[in-house]
Design a protein around this ligand. Structure first.
Ligand code: S3P
Length: 167
């Protein structure tokens, strides 16, 4: 059984959408870690954040990540997963890590069209405030994301190319 492929990247980078498409094209399973977290905690992520804060969420997130060790297929992580504890090293050691890369502007465009309240890490920001937040957070997270085995410019890489890279 092959090692899993972990998709990492900022919120809104397309980890779930592309993960599903890729898994479909490669005929391998798709696992969404955020979805597994919701199943484990029995409530939505925003609810969990408001009860247990970022610290509580990161502990559960790590537990769910550790459960992925024996899995195979495409595994989409949460935007913050690689950036806490030694999670990034763990991902590197247990699979192939693929970073779906975007500029802050591109993430801003994508996140502006989504419901920011579904993502507590965005703190309800919108407009220019959201862009500044993305720039700052991406700066902070880039050193983790940049350690990925493979970097992919999500906007300019067609799905077929991505399938080829993985194969
Ligand atoms: C988070 C990203 C979310 C989710 C949680 C925290 C983050 O996942 O894990 O809301 O800190 O970047 P997506 O990247 O799938 O939105």
């Amino acid at each position: 059984m092959g090692k899993p492929i972990f998709l990492i990247g900022f919120m809104g980078s397309g980890k779930t959408t592309w993960g599903k498409k890729l898994a479909n094209a490669l005929e391998i399973p798709f696992i969404d870690m955020d979805h597994e977290i919701v199943e484990k905690i029995g409530m939505s992520i925003p609810e969990y954040f408001s009860l247990h804060g970022d610290e509580g969420f990161r502990k559960i997130e790590r537990e769910v990540m550790l459960d992925q060790a024996e899995r195979t297929g495409i595994i989409s992580t949460g935007g913050g997963t690689p950036c806490y504890f030694d999670n990034m090293q763990w991902l590197i050691d247990h699979g192939t890590v693929l970073y779906l890369k975007h500029s802050p502007k591109s993430l801003w465009n994508r996140l502006s069209q989504s419901d920011v309240n579904k993502r507590p890490a965005l703190k309800g920001f919108s407009g220019e405030e959201l862009l500044s937040f993305i720039e700052e957070k991406l700066n902070e997270r880039a050193p983790f994301y940049d350690r990925a085995h493979i970097h992919v410019d999500q906007i300019n890489t067609p799905l077929e190319k991505l399938v080829e890279i993985i194969e």
